[in-house]
Design a protein around this ligand. Structure first.
Ligand code: ADP
Ligand code: ZN
Length: 607
């Protein structure tokens, strides 16, 4: 075999002709048998980093993965690509287990997926001895941050993986995760007793994601606008309460956008049913609490909306990151209001979790929500990446959807003075009503219609005023206090600006630009590129073919082909088996197995 076995394997089995950033380095470490810690963003292509080397190295690759549903998808995908793989976990029947066992003894598999309990839990010892007899060449630990208490998803059973080095003395260990601060990386290295590991840390930025932030206004209108941008596309809408999940899912369904709810209050059965419906493309929309997500391997999620801010930027990145894992353009929209942060404070306090750390995390989330600078830059810098670009071409700020407000100091002072005039005893909704000059009962009975600040911002929309209030909070001029319900108060900096208009010389406030009259919008760079030369009708047609095959075979459609492959097909329009192999994401096995059905559709469309 030539030196570049990896490229060959990548092309033959997966139909890819190039490596994603750091994939090559990560694979080289595995092939060389050097322990490694690899941090790549979601969608960065971590799985391939251990799957391709498993075909290059002799022996068996063991993959430890915490999620049974993910394991199954990965193994199905591998089998579809012609890679002999199996899984072993508690979901298997006795019969299936003995089938896998005898396959292992015959050394049929290149990869074996197991749950951590299987290796280090009860009965793990004898299982490992059996595996060791099969010549384990390396162990890949997926979602490795679960081993650290400093990660966002600590799982005690991962701690026991500390014994892997003893269990498989000859094997190299390779840890993979999408989110790891330096502290978590160190923790992974110590816990797993890695020996002089190669550390590879990719950039966190996901250029294909378009980030937007909207102050919460008429929510349903805001949601319909998102759905209009994504007809027939998959999306997740995250809410903070189960009640809101149920209500929104019902409302969307009644309004022609079939959506299923997902939260911890549903029965196990109903949750599984709804999740499967989403994975099998029987429904495109899920309204969920954060309980939904780990284990979602649907890579063509085209939008993730947060109705309400999460409790940290880490959470936001994790949840919004479920969009666009296939590398194609996707949208991440945060619809937030000042009340979200208050709700978190109350909740964290009630649970005794309102520590300095969680306070800081929440404040940083608030800063993101109220920010008016490039979102990609904000997120990158938050996670410690340097940001070199001036215009990301993929956020509301850089796409010119916001405009800066003339005389921001004057606007800010109007708001601050209204907060002061009502005695710092009212929330954002009330302040907004007073500033807009609304003679509602709440305003009138308290005598707030008589205030000099009444109507100072009349003619400004609710969303705009709320947006300013959030920005002022993010900038540290206002803060939310109060126990039972959120109350706005001035910070020392806010008071300073009220006394002296020159106190914040660099103050900037922004608002949404009105939508264009012709209803069009600027497309992100990623969106424009990924649709370049794609025949959209053919793409839709190919998705139907995929769905039909998936239904017949009883697998989720993305196990057949990812959207990225279908889009490339609808761009290249191959009509021969040979040409089909040039499509990105079509390997030899799939071309042979599925090629004709897709070629038929392409021929029918082009002639
Ligand atoms: P991660 O586990 O890092 O979130 P995955 O391994 O699921 O990412 O990969 C995300 C997507 O990118 C998958 O659809 C995968 O097939 C695709 N992919 C991975 N590596 C490449 C590559 N070198 N070229 C093209 N697509 C790739
Ligand atoms: Zn930007």
């Amino acid at each position: 075999m030539p030196a570049d076995r990896l490229s060959q394997v990548l092309h033959q089995y997966w139909g890819y002709s190039s490596f994603r950033p750091l994939q090559r380095e990560a694979m080289d470490a595995v092939v060389a048998g050097r322990d490694s810690v690899v941090v790549l963003p979601t969608g960065g292509g971590k799985s391939l980093c251990f799957q391709a080397p498993a075909l290059v190295r002799d022996g068996l690759a063991v993959v430890v993965s915490p999620l049974i549903s993910l394991m199954k998808d990965q193994v199905d995908t591998l089998l579809g690509n012609g890679v002999p793989a199996a899984l072993f976990n508690s979901s298997l029947s006795g019969e299936a287990k003995s089938r896998v066992m005898s396959g292992l003894r015959r050394r049929e598999f290149r990869l074996l997926y197991v749950s951590p309990e299987r290796l280090v839990g009860e009965g793990g010892q004898s299982f490992c001895t059996m595996l060791a007899g099969c010549g384990v060449s390396f162990v890949a630990i997926d979602e490795a941050h679960c081993i650290s208490q400093w990660g966002h998803d600590f799982r005690p059973e991962y701690r026991q993986l500390a014994s892997l080095k003893q269990l498989f003395p000859g094997a190299s260990l390779h840890a993979f995760t999408a989110t790891a601060t330096a502290r978590v990386r160190r923790d992974i290295t110590t816990q797993l007793a890695l020996e002089d590991p190669v550390e590879l840390v990719g950039g966190f930025d996901r250029p294909n994601l378009v980030y937007r932030v909207l102050p919460r206004d008429v929510l349903k209108k805001q949601l319909l606008a998102v759905l209009e941008r994504h007809p027939r596309e998959a999306g997740i809408i995250y809410c903070t309460s189960r009640k809101e999940v149920d209500a929104l899912a019902d409302w969307l369904t009644e309004n022609g956008h079939p959506a299923l709810p997902y939260h911890a209050g549903l029965s196990d059965e109903e949750r599984h049913r709804n999740q499967d419906a989403f994975l099998d493309e029987r429904v495109e929309l899920v309204v969920a609490t954060v309980a939904f997500g780990m284990g979602i391997d649907r890579s063509d999620v085209r939008f993730v909306v947060h109705v309400g801010a999460p409790r940290s930027v880490e959470h936001y990145q994790q949840e919004s990151g479920r969009a666009g894992r296939d590398g194609l353009e996707a949208e991440c929209l945060l619809i937030s209001s000042a009340a979200d942060f208050m709700r978190w404070r109350v909740m964290l306090e009630r649970n005794g979790e309102f520590t300095d750390a969680s306070k800081t995390l929440l404040q940083q989330m608030e800063r993101y929500a109220g920010g008016t600078s490039c979102r990609h830059r904000h997120l990158s810098e938050y996670f410690g990446d340097r940001w070199g670009k001036t215009d990301c071409g993929a956020c509301d700020v850089c796409l010119g959807e916001l405009e800066s407000v003339p005389e921001p100091v004057t606007v800010a002072r109007k708001i601050l003075s209204c907060v002061a005039r009502v005695g710092q005893r009212f929330g954002a909704a009330h302040i907004t009503a007073v500033l807009r000059g609304q003679s509602s009962e709440a305003v009138v009975t308290r005598g707030h219609a008589e205030l000099s600040t009444f109507g100072l911002l009349s003619g400004t929309s609710i969303a705009e005023v709320r947006g300013y209030i959030e920005q002022l909070s993010a900038l540290g001029l206002l803060r939310q206090t109060g126990d039972a319900y959120p109350v706005l108060a001035l910070t020392p900096l806010g008071s300073a600006l009220l006394k002296d208009p020159a106190a914040c010389p660099d103050l900037v406030l922004a608002r949404q630009k009105p939508p264009r009259r012709d209803g069009t919008r600027t497309r992100s760079t990623a969106e424009a590129e990924s649709w370049q030369d794609v025949d959209r009708t053919l793409f839709d047609r190919l998705r139907e073919v995929r769905l039909r095959i998936a239904r017949t075979r009883g697998v989720p459609p993305y196990v057949i082909f990812h959207d990225a492959a279908l889009r490339d097909m609808a761009r290249v329009k191959p009509t021969t088996a040979a040409a089909l192999l040039d499509v990105r994401g079509v390997g030899a096995r799939k071309a042979e197995d599925l090629g004709e059905e897709f070629l038929d559709a392409i021929r029918a469309h082009t002639f």
